[in-house]
Design a protein around this ligand. Structure first.
Ligand code: NDP
Length: 328
C-alpha cells in the first residue's frame, strides 16, 4: 500500500535535499510493529537533520525523530492492532525511517503505549521536547530539589523544551524564572506559569565564576556561556540540568560552583533513555501536565510546511511546539 512521507537525500556535497514523495510500504525497514502515524512534531534536532549532514546517516531516509499513531500490525505480543503508541528518539531520523510519514515500522522496544489521558495529538504536543523537559524535572527531583528549596530557572524558555518545562514546574508548585530572548513572549510565559521573566542577554556574557545565589536549580537548554553563568548563580546543593546547546557546545566556566557550593550538573539524554525511564516519564506527563495548558504553545502544520518551520527554528524564531498532521 502506498503512503506519503518526506524523503531526505544526503547529497555528495554534504547538503540534504528533502521533498514529499509517495512511497510503497516495502521501503519500511525491519520492525515488529507497523503504525499508522497520525501526528509528528518538529524539534531542534529535526532542523539540524534537514539542514546539515550531521543527523541522517542512511540515505534516502524519512526524517522526523518523533511520531504517535495507531498500531496497524504487530508480531510483538506487547502490542495489538488499535493500540495508541508513541516513539521518540532511538535511531529515528538517523538510520531508521522516522515520523514525517503516514506509516512507520519499528521494534516494539522503541514504543511506549500511551496513557489513557494522552491522545496521539497530545503526545506530539509533548514530543521529544516535552519528554526531555520531564526527564529534566525528574533529575531535579532526584537531586532533592523540592519547591520549598527555592526558584527554578528555565533557559530557552519560549522554545519547545523550555515551554513544557515551565508548565510542568509551575503545575508542581515551583516558582519558575523564565529566561528568554523574546521580550514580547512575556505574557505567553506567564500564562504557562512563569513567576518572573529575565532577558537571556543577562546570562550570555562572560562573568564571574561564582556569583550571588539566585536559584535552587535550573533546566538549561542553551549551554555555552549561559550554562557557565547559570552554574555560577546556583544556590548551595542546587541542581542544574543541561540538554541542549543552542547557545554553544563549550562550557567556559570554572569548577568553583561544584567545590564551593556542592552544585550538581546533570546531563539529560532523551534519545537512548531506557524503557523504564520512558514509561515513568510518560506516566508523570499524564499526571503533571494538563494537555490544555499546552494549547497556547502549539501550532499545526502539514508535511508540506515542515521545511519552512525548521528554517525558522534554526534562527531561534519558533515559539513552543509545532505539530505535524501527517494526513493533512
Ligand atoms: P527550540 O528551537 O524550540 O528552542 C530553543 C530556544 O532557545 C529558542 O526558542 C530560544 O528561546 C532559545 N535560543 C535560541 N537561540 C539562542 C541563542 N543563540 N542563545 C540563547 N538562547 C537561544 O529547541 P528545543 O527546545 O526543541 O531544544 C532546545 C535544545 O535542547 C536544542 O539544543 C536541542 O538540540 C536540545 N535537545 C536535546 C535533547 C536531548 O535529548 N539531550 C532533546 C531535545 C532537545 P528564547 O527566545 O525564549 O530564549
Amino acid at each position: 500500500m502506498s503512503f506519503q512521507a518526506i524523503l531526505a537525500h544526503k547529497l555528495e556535497d554534504g547538503t540534504v535535499e528533502a521533498s514529499i514523495e509517495t512511497l510503497d510500504e516495502s521501503i519500511l525497514q525491519e520492525g515488529d510493529v507497523t503504525i499508522d502515524v497520525e501526528w509528528s512534531d518538529v524539534n531542534y534536532k529535526d532542523a539540524i537533520a534537514l539542514y546539515t549532514p550531521q543527523i541522517i546517516q542512511t540515505s534516502p531516509l524519512i526524517p522526523g525523530i518523533d511520531f504517535a499513531g495507531t498500531v496497524s500490525g504487530s508480531s510483538d505480543p506487547r502490542f495489538s492492532v488499535g493500540d495508541k503508541v508513541v516513539a521518540t528518539g532511538w535511531a529515528l531520523s538517523q538510520t531508521h525511517h522516522g515520523g514525517f510519514s503516514q506509516k512507520a515500522r519499528v521494534k516494539g522496544d522503541w514504543l511506549v503505549k500511551l496513557p489513557e489521558a494522552i491522545s496521539t495529538r497530545d503526545a506530539m504536543a509533548i514530543g521529544t521536547a516535552g519528554f526531555t523537559a520531564m526527564l529534566s524535572v525528574l533529575a531535579l527531583e532526584h537531586g532533592g530539589i523540592t519547591p520549598e528549596r527555592g526558584a527554578i530557572l528555565v533557559t530557552g524558555a519560549s522554545g519547545g523544551v523550555g515551554s513544557v518545562a515551565v508548565a510542568i514546574l509551575a503545575k508542581l508548585g515551583y516558582r519558575v524564572i523564565a529566561s528568554t530572548g523574546k521580550a514580547d513572549e512575556a505574557e505567553y510565559l506567564t500564562n504557562l506559569g512563569a513567576a518572573d521573566i529575565i532577558d537571556r542577554a543577562s546570562l550570555s556574557e562572560p562573568a564571574a565564576p561564582i556569583a550571588a545565589e539566585r536559584w535552587a536549580g535550573a533546566i538549561d537548554t542553551v549551554g555555552g556561556q549561559t550554562l557557565a553563568n547559570v552554574l555560577a548563580q546556583t544556590s548551595y546543593r542546587g541542581v542544574v540540568t543541561n540538554c541542549g546547546f543552542v547557545g554553544g557546545r563549550e562550557l567556559p566556566g570554572s569548577v568553583l560552583p561544584f567545590i564551593l557550593r556542592n552544585v550538581t550538573l546533570a546531563g539529560i539524554d532523551s534519545v537512548n533513555a531506557p524503557q523504564q525511564v520512558r514509561e515513568e516519564a510518560w506516566a508523570r506527563l499524564a499526571r503533571d501536565l494538563a494537555p490544555s495548558i499546552l494549547a497556547s504553545t502549539v501550532s499545526e502544520v502539514g508535511l508540506a510546511e515542515v521545511q519552512g518551520v525548521v528554517g525558522k527554528m534554526l534562527k531561534g524564531l519558533i515559539r513552543g511546539r509545532t505539530l505535524v498532521d501527517v494526513n493533512r
